[in-house]
Design a protein around this ligand. Structure first.
Ligand code: PLP
Length: 336
C-alpha cells in the first residue's frame, strides 16, 4: 500500500532496528539509561537548550510542558486549530485544571498576535492567570517564519508569559527555512519535538528547556505515567532519527511538491494554494466525495485520510517517486 495518511506510518529501518537491538540500557526512572541520556543531551544541544527529557509521545510531551509552565487556574493562549488545543483530548484542562484561551489562526497558520495580546488577562480575581503562549511549527504543514516567532517572543516578554513551541514537525520547518533546529527553537522557553513523524523513529518525543524546567518536567512525566525503564531501545532509534532522519526531510518536501503539481490540473480537485510548504498537500474536492473516494483509492492501493470535501496527503521516508506517480494516476482515473 502507498500510505499517505500521515508521516507517522513509517517503519523503523534496518539500521534503526540494529541500533535498537544493540542499545546500552539501564533503568531510566533512575536516570541510568545511557542511551536515553545520550538522546536527551544530543537533542538539547541540537536545539540550543540546557536540558531535555524523553517522553513516549508528543501529546504527553506537550501536556507535561503545560503542566510545568502552568498551575491550576492558570491559562495558556493557543491557536483555535492548534494540536495543543484541539487534538490532545483536552488534557491540560482535564488533568491540570489549566484553561485554554484559544485565539484565531490567521490564513498562514500564525496566531493573530493582536488577538493574543488582547486575550492576556489583567491581575484580577475574576480571571484565570495568563501564563503561557503556545505556538506550533509547522502548522498543518505550513512553515512559521523566524520573524513571526520573534514577534511572539516580544509579546510574551512584554506580558511576562512563557513561550512554548509544539515543534512536532519543527525539523520540517528548519529544512524549509534553511536554518538549524536551534534557530527555530531559539525564542522559546520550551520546545517539544516528535521523533516518530518524518524523522522515522517508531516511538518518542523530546521536550527541551532550561535545567530547572526539565527537572520539573521530569517530575510531571512520572506523574502522568510516562516514566520508562530500559527505554534506551527506543532512544537508540531516536538518535538515528535526529541525525539521519533530519537530513533527508528535504526529499519529502520535494515529493509533496511533485504530488501537488501532478494533482493540480485534475478537474474536480483543487490543491490549497500556498499550503504545500513541507511534506503535506491539502486538497479540496468540488463535490462531497470523501468516503467514495477513499474507498476507490484503497482499492487501488492508496491510503489517505479524506474528509467529505477534502484530503490531506503526507509524504514520508517510506515513499518513493514511483509511489507519487502512481498516486497521481489513481486520482486521474477517478476524476476522468
Ligand atoms: C502529532 C502531533 C503532536 C502529538 O504527537 P503524538 O506523538 O501523536 O502524541 C503534537 N503536535 C502536532 C502539531 C502534531 O502533529
Amino acid at each position: 500500500m502507498i500510505d499517505l495518511r500521515s508521516d507517522t506510518v513509517t517503519r523503523p529501518s534496518e539500521v534503526m532496528r540494529t541500533a535498537m537491538a544493540n542499545a546500552d540500557v539501564g533503568d531510566d526512572v533512575y536516570g541510568d539509561d545511557p542511551t536515553v541520556n545520550r538522546l536527551q543531551s544530543a537533542t538539547a544541544e541540537r536545539l540550543g537548550k540546557e536540558a531535555a527529557v524523553f517522553l513516549p509521545s508528543g501529546t504527553q510531551s506537550n501536556l507535561v510542558a503545560l503542566l510545568t509552565h502552568c498551575q491550576r487556574g492558570d491559562e495558556y493562549i493557543v491557536g483555535h486549530d492548534a494540536h495543543t488545543y484541539k487534538y490532545e483530548g483536552g488534557g491540560a484542562a482535564a488533568l491540570g485544571g489549566i484553561q485554554p484561551q484559544p485565539v484565531a489562526f490567521v490564513d498562514n497558520g500564525e496566531v493573530s498576535l493582536e488577538e493574543a495580546a488582547n486575550a492576556v488577562k489583567v491581575d484580577d480575581s475574576h480571571f484565570a492567570r495568563t501564563k503561557l503562549l503556545c505556538l506550533e511549527n509547522t502548522q498543518h504543514g505550513r512553515v512559521q517564519s523566524l520573524e513571526y516567532m520573534q514577534r511572539a517572543k516580544a509579546l510574551a516578554d512584554q506580558h511576562g508569559l512563557s513561550l512554548h513551541l509544539d515543534g512536532a514537525r519543527m525539523g520540517n520547518a528548519a529544512v524549509a527555512l534553511g536554518v538549524s533546529l536551534e534557530a527555530v527553537a531559539k525564542p522559546f522557553d520550551s520546545v517539544s519535538l516528535c521523533l516518530s513523524k518524518g524523522l522515522g523513529a517508531p516511538v518518542g518525543s523530546v521536550l527541551v528547556g532550561d535545567k530547572d524546567f526539565i527537572k520539573e518536567a521530569t517530575r510531571w512525566r512520572k506523574v502522568t505515567g510516562g516514566g520508562m525503564r530500559q527505554a534506551g531501545v527506543l532512544a537508540a532509534a531516536g538518535l538515528i532519527a535526529i541525525d539521519d532522519g533530519f537530513k533527508r526531510l528535504g526529499e519529502d518536501h520535494e515529493r509533496a511538491l511533485a504530488l501537488e503539481q501532478g494533482l493540480n490540473g485534475i478537474n474536480g480537485v483543487s490543491v490549497r494554494k500556498g499550503w504545500t510548504q513541507t511534506n503535506m498537500v491539502w486538497l479540496n474536492f468540488d463535490e462531497g466525495i470523501g468516503d467514495a473516494f477513499t474507498q476507490h483509492c484503497q482499492q487501488q492501493g492508496v491510503l489517505l485520510s479524506a474528509t467529505t470535501y477534502g484530503a490531506r496527503l503526507v509524504t514520508h521516508l517510506d515513499l518513493n517517486d514511483d509511489d507519487i506517480a502512481e498516486t497521481i494516476q489513481v486520482f486521474r482515473d477517478y476524476f476522468k
